[in-house]
Structure formats: structure tokens, C-alpha cells
Write a protein that binds this ligand. Sequence first.
Ligand code: NAD
Length: 368
Amino acid sequence: MSSQPLRIALLPGDGIGPEVTAEAVNVLNAVGQRFGHSFEFGTGLIGGCAIDETGTALPPDTVDLCRASDAVLLGAVGGPKWDNPTAAVRPEQGLLGIRKALGLFANLRPVKLAPALLEASTLKPEVLAGVDLLVVRELTGGIYFGPRQEATADDPTAFDTMLYTQPEIEQVTRLAAAAARGRSGRLASVDKANVLASSRLWRRVVTEVVRAEFPDVELEHVLVDAMAMHLIRRPSAYDVVLAENLFGDILTDEASMLAGSMGLLPSASLGTDLNGHGHPRGLYEPIHGSAPDIAGKGVANPLAAILSAAMLLRHSLGMENEAQAVERAVESVLADGLRTGDIAWGAKEILGTVEMGAAVVSRLTAIN
Ligand code: NAD
């Protein structure tokens, strides 16, 4: 039994967020029972539901809850009720706000294909065999945050600026190189150094950090346009892929399609802030949104949320064995042909959200 309490902040959010988060909590409780840990959960508002109740997408209570927790598990935010890009208060402000409040500068998206689902992708199974990627995206710098100008009637000129500083590149490089060291030791850094000044700085700083601090990591630089091709042509050639914010945004969506469904892919956002256990206080969430078209129907796939909980165990609580147990339980369920509607290929049985969560819990308790 862990001596210190293991505090997890739950931000279920909107749409299917609460449905899939509930299943991830059941899985965490099953992990607790099997491995002798006791998780304490606190729930906060974020996104549309927070706007309805408090008038803001990220109430101060939610930020306090997250800061007092060891890790944050988030469902999804948004939906048609709040879909108004010109509104002053919008659900996604909750997401950007909590990332900023917790200093989360790197987003990690693993893309690993369950063998049982090779057929579910639009790519050929032989191209996908062996894919086990981790894309690390810089999250708080670059063109989304650089100086910009909107066009006006008087001046129909608009610009955005891709701006990076050396420390911003150093911190995300360290995180990606450490991840590569813990895996195959290979790191591919993405840039557009043949054209962009910010990419030339990116390439120089990545090279210097890896050479000085991670000499055992094998570093390769890949132009972003080439990487866009390689990801669909020979995705198994890469292990850890590091990219700045905009390139990473696009490449992570491309990489997620390798797996066939958004309902399967987890993500972690990490910073330098450490929790009471000496690990990063990360935020973990499925990559999918609030799926308003299926919300409340009990059919959402909870596996991305459950795999996000596995990442939480690994990165924020240092529980590698527990994380792998959850991942094996998910693989076992899929290998047995249990599916939700979004991954119906090869299904022996189509399950609802709650049944799929229960199937993972039962494997977790049964397998070693
Ligand atoms: P979405 O990911 O919510 O849904 C896209 C499609 O995938 C839908 O057909 C949906 O039914 C399906 N889908 C998604 N998750 C699924 C799951 N777990 N199981 C089964 N099917 C699943 O993306 P969208 O429709 O573009 O956006 C809907 C809302 O979510 C919008 O308001 C958007 O702003 C918001 N959004 C939030 C996040 C987030 O919270 N991180 C991310 C993306 C979109």
C-alpha cells in the first residue's frame, strides 16, 4: 500500500466525457484493489458544464483542485450548445487555461496498434505491423502563441508568427529524449529548417541538447513534409517523434488515423512541475472530443480514456507495472473480439460503454 495518498483530479467535462471518465475510474479502482493502492478522487468542472454553472470555462476551484492533486484525468469539453467561435466564453478556454495553469509544455501521444485491429485502419496491415510511435508535441510556444495581426477592412493583411526561444526548445527536447532513452533510444526531430528560421534554431538546439545530455540517444532530423509522407508509408520506422506545436498538431492527427479510431487513443500533457511523488503532475485525456452525436446513448468507446488512465499511472505515479497491466487488459479484450460500435471490425460482440469498461476490469483482475 502506498504511504502517501494518491490524489487524482477528475474533470469529466461535456458530452461523452463523463461516460468514458467513469469507466476509467472503475479501472483505476480495480488497479488499486489488485496492486494495493488507494486512489482519492476529486471532481471539478471544466468546459461547457462549467460555463453553465459558473459563467467561466475554468472556475478557480478547478485550478485549485488540479494543483492539489498528483494528476488530472480529463474527459472532453465542448458541444453544439456552446459552439460559437465569437462568444467571449468558450469551452476550449478551459483546456488552454488548465494547460497554462499547470505549465504543461509537452503533449505525448502514443500510437500503438492492437494486433486485433490492424484491419480497422485504412492502411494496409503490412504497413502497420509493428507500429509503436510516441509523438511528443511542444504545446505552449510557436505560431499559436506568437505575435499576430488580424486583417481589417482598412488593412487586409494578416499574419501569425512562429516564435521559439532556446529554453522552450531545450525543455521539450529533454522530455522527448528521456522518453526515447526509456524506449528504443531513437528520436526523430521534425522541422522545416530548409525554409524557417525558427526551425533552424529548433534543429540546432535539439542537436546540442541531445549531444550534451543524451549521447546514447540516436537523433535524426526529418523535414515536416517528408515526415507527413513517412507516417503513412513506413510508420514502423519511427519510435519517438518530436515536433513543434503546429507541426505536431497536424502530425499527431495524421498518426492517430493509423490506429483506425479516435476512441482508442490516449494522450498526456506534461510539464516540469512535480507532484508529491516526485513525478510530473500531468493531465491525461483521450484525444477525441465530446462526441455530441453519441452522447448519452451509452455507446461511446471508453478505451481511450482507460488508456489515458494507464498513462497517468506510468508518468504521474511511477507505476509502470500497473500501467502495463491496464494496457494488457485492453489488448486482451480486443483480442477476444469485444468491440464498441466505432471499432466494429472483426467483432464477436458489440458492447456499450459500461460493458466495455467492465470487460477491461474483469481482465485486469483475471490476468497477470
Ligand atoms: P469528436 O472527437 O467529438 O467526434 C468525432 C467523431 O468521432 C464523431 O462521429 C464521434 O461520435 C466519434 N467519436 C469520438 N470519440 C468517440 C468514442 N470515444 N467512441 C466512439 N466514437 C467516438 O470531434 P468533433 O465532432 O469534431 O467535436 C465535437 C465537440 O468536441 C466539439 O465541440 C469540439 O470542439 C470538441 N472537441 C473537444 C476536444 C477535447 O476536449 N480535447 C477535442 C476535440 C474536439
